[in-house]
Ligand binder design. Structure first.
Ligand code: FPP
Length: 246
């Protein structure tokens, strides 16, 4: 089993994004309700944040709740929201201790008041931290993010604030929820599903994808290390040839 020491610190992914999947199936395997899986998933979040902090990965983004997740049974949605509030309250101290800045992306106005308030408080209290940025994707959908950006840009065009010729990738990027994040270098999805599920579509253009057949509540540091080692063994060509890179 590999450990953090095996990771090449000179070739770290700057931005790791994770689709935390498989909580429900993990619980079902144990004859428990789906919410039991989410409860245990919180510990994987805690440990993963800690491992990324130890490695000094600058950006970690976690897909915690998608726009589509609102369609789940009310009891499950309520539990996820409650878990979020509890985790935020509980982890504020640890975030500070590790110099971590918390951020969020998504349609914040659709979150329950209690979650929004707690989130705003932790975001504001950690805003001056200079270490890793942990971003929670909450009520997030990438198509919705892009649609909102297009609407904002179209309004600026209509009001002569910007001209169509000047719309480039940088302009589009500044209108996205995730405007403060660099492109994703490594995208991990747990549970064996090989899908992107409407996550950071713009930002993963050149990301290395890593799918692992482990349910999220079982995801531990050595799994993260394997993902990073796999990333470090890949040649990222960004459209160029191998010879050009060398
Ligand atoms: C996917 O598993 C997981 C989620 C939709 C929620 C992830 C949330 C947590 C890990 C807990 C709270 C998060 C934080 C940041 C404290 P699934 O329910 O889709 O599992 P399944 O595919 O097996 O049904």
């Amino acid at each position: 089993m590999h450990t953090l020491e095996d990771v090449n610190k000179d070739r770290l992914p700057q931005h790791v994004a994770i689709i935390m999947d498989g909580n429900g199936r993990w619980a079902k395997q144990r004859g428990k309700l789906r919410v039991f899986g989410h409860e245990n998933g919180v510990e994987s979040v805690r440990q993963t944040v800690e491992s990324c902090a130890k490695l000094q990965i600058p950006f970690l983004t976690l897909y915690a709740f998608s726009t589509e997740n609102w369609n789940r049974p009310k009891v499950e949605v309520d539990t996820l929201m409650r878990l979020l509030v509890t985790a935020l309250k509980k982890e504020l101290k640890t975030l500070h201790k590790n110099n971590i800045r918390l951020k969020a992306i998504g349609k914040m106005d659709t979150l329950p008041e209690k979650v929004r308030k707690e989130l705003e408080e932790v975001i504001s209290k950690t805003s001056k931290n200079t270490g890793m940025t942990v971003t929670l994707a909450l009520s997030y959908g990438s198509r919705e993010e892009i649609k909102t950006a297009v609407q904002q840009i179209a309004t600026k065009v209509k009001n002569n604030i910007i001209s169509p010729e000047n719309i480039d990738e940088a302009v589009i990027n500044t209108h996205l929820y995730a405007h403060f994040l660099p492109d994703v270098d490594l995208l991990i999805r747990t549970s064996g599903e090989c899908r992107i599920s409407n996550f950071l579509l713009w930002q993963i253009a050149y990301a290395e994808l890593y799918f692992i057949d482990v349910f999220w509540p079982d995801f531990r540091e050595h799994h993260l290390v394997e993902a990073i080692l796999s990333y470090q063994n890949r040649e990222r060509r960004f459209g160029k040839t191998s010879e050009q890179l060398n």
